[in-house]
Design a protein around this ligand. Structure first.
Ligand code: SF4
Length: 209
């Protein structure tokens, strides 16, 4: 990454962390993917029940592989014949891992979901949520974050899953009501009622989309 972007991200991350703290959430800064992995592993006690949503960023820092190999009760929904069963187990997990589709400079998170298992678990259920967020997800305000989620994250995810949506073909949101749409539920997280429940590691790198 360009060194000027790295410096700008270092400063901006501090602003995001203050914003998170003002919203009863915790923010941490990692200078690299490697540092983010070490921070996340320190955060997750061995033996914990851990699960996650789609979470490209979780995979990109190596956390998914580390948890699968390590001494954790990792619920991998892809290993369950009944995915609903795995998703319901997530609501009682010790730690739920995810990323955000977008986040504002003052710490508000925006997430879009098709099946809603991810946004519902972020909102309530797992005892602790740990988010891995690349600085590429940071936007000026909620409007910008919503636009990013609709026009960047959702079309790329629709293409990734081979869905029959207008954005899969055009790369831009057409505000569809296709049966395949992944834009069913929108979660804006602006405050956490429970202290220390929502934790965000901001990574000075591009992660996910
Ligand atoms: S509303 Fe439809 S077209 Fe827009 S991003 Fe979502 S799935 Fe794609």
């Amino acid at each position: 990454m360009n060194e000027n972007i790295v410096k700008r991200n270092e400063k901006l991350a501090q602003k995001v962390i203050k914003g998170l703290e003002s919203r009863n959430m915790n923010g941490f800064y990692a200078a690299s993917k490697e540092e983010a992995l070490q921070m996340a592993l320190k955060f997750i006690p061995e033996g914990s029940t851990v699960t996650m949503g789609g979470g490209m960023s979780v995979r990109e820092i190596g956390l998914f592989d580390a948890l699968k190999k390590g001494n954790y009760q990792f619920i991998d929904r892809d290993e369950y014949a009944d995915r609903r069963e795995a998703m319901l187990l997530a609501y009682d997990a010790d730690i739920y891992l995810a990323s955000a589709n977008a986040m504002t400079e003052d710490g508000v998170m925006v997430n879009i979901d098709g099946g809603a298992n991810r946004v519902s678990a972020l909102a309530y259920g797992p005892k602790v949520v740990l988010m891995i967020v690349g600085m590429n997800k940071i936007c000026d305000d909620v409007d910008g974050a919503m636009k990013r989620a609709r026009n960047v994250a959702a079309p790329i995810n629709a293409q990734r899953f081979g869905l029959d949506t207008p954005c899969s073909k055009t790369g831009a949101c057409m505000n569809c009501k296709s049966p395949d749409t992944i834009c069913c539920q929108f979660l804006i997280t602006r405050y956490s009622k429970e202290k220390d429940r929502i934790n965000v590691i901001l990574v000075n790198d591009d992660l996910g989309f």
